[in-house]
Write a protein that binds this ligand. Structure first.
Ligand code: GNR
Ligand code: NI
Length: 171
């Protein structure tokens, strides 16, 4: 097991569209384990392979209060979506930024599991929001890019200011 480094917005590698996994083999299972470790350590409720600079269609989530229900989706496809939910979203690739977004409240996803077998999964609320957020990463989209241009400019300015401060620490 290994904790992997997470790409930080606006790293252009976060805009890569991930490729389908051809076969769920031990390399993919090892990657899923490492993604789980990285997500729990962060801590976060989800992680897309894109965020650890692996451009394959794999996401992991765990929205359980006990943090012991890791779910992995390989080649996830949204097969149904309904309702609307407004959630404050954050992203491990955009630390310290939280913004309200509207997503589908109920979704149904088809994917391959760690055994390579297809399965379907119904999700609602935070879990549904999280899966949609992770599937966006696989398309090269970061949640802030769904906000108005003004909000995106403010977020970028905040990130740049923080980077300046980090590189010139106050005495
Ligand atoms: O940890 C995370 N929390 C979160 C909260 C609301 C909506 C989405 C998320 S996902 C995020 C982890 C992450 O960046 N996944 O890509
Ligand atoms: Ni994210």
């Amino acid at each position: 097991m290994a904790k992997l480094p997470i790409l930080l917005y606006p790293d252009p590698r976060l805009h890569t569209v991930a490729a389908p996994v051809v076969r769920v083999n031990d390399d993919i299972r090892n990657l899923i384990n490492d993604m789980g470790e990285t997500m729990y350590a962060a801590p976060g409720v989800g992680l897309a392979a894109t965020q650890v600079n692996v451009h394959l269609r794999i996401i992991v989530i765990d929205t359980s209060p006990t943090r012991d229900e890791l779910l992995a989706f390989v080649n996830p496809e949204l097969i149904a979506a309904s309702g609307e939910a407004d959630f404050d979203e954050g992203c491990l690739s955009v630390p310290g930024i939280y913004e309200k977004l509207r997503r589908a409240q109920n979704i149904r996803v088809r994917a391959l599991g760690i055994d390579g077998q297809p399965f379907e999964w119904a999700a609602e609320g935070l879990q549904a929001v999280c899966i949609q957020h992770e599937m966006d990463h696989l398309e090269g989209k970061v949640f802030v890019e769904k906000l108005s241009r003004l909000k995106q400019q403010r977020i970028l300015a905040k990130i740049k200011k923080r980077q300046r401060e980090d590189s010139h620490p106050a005495k």
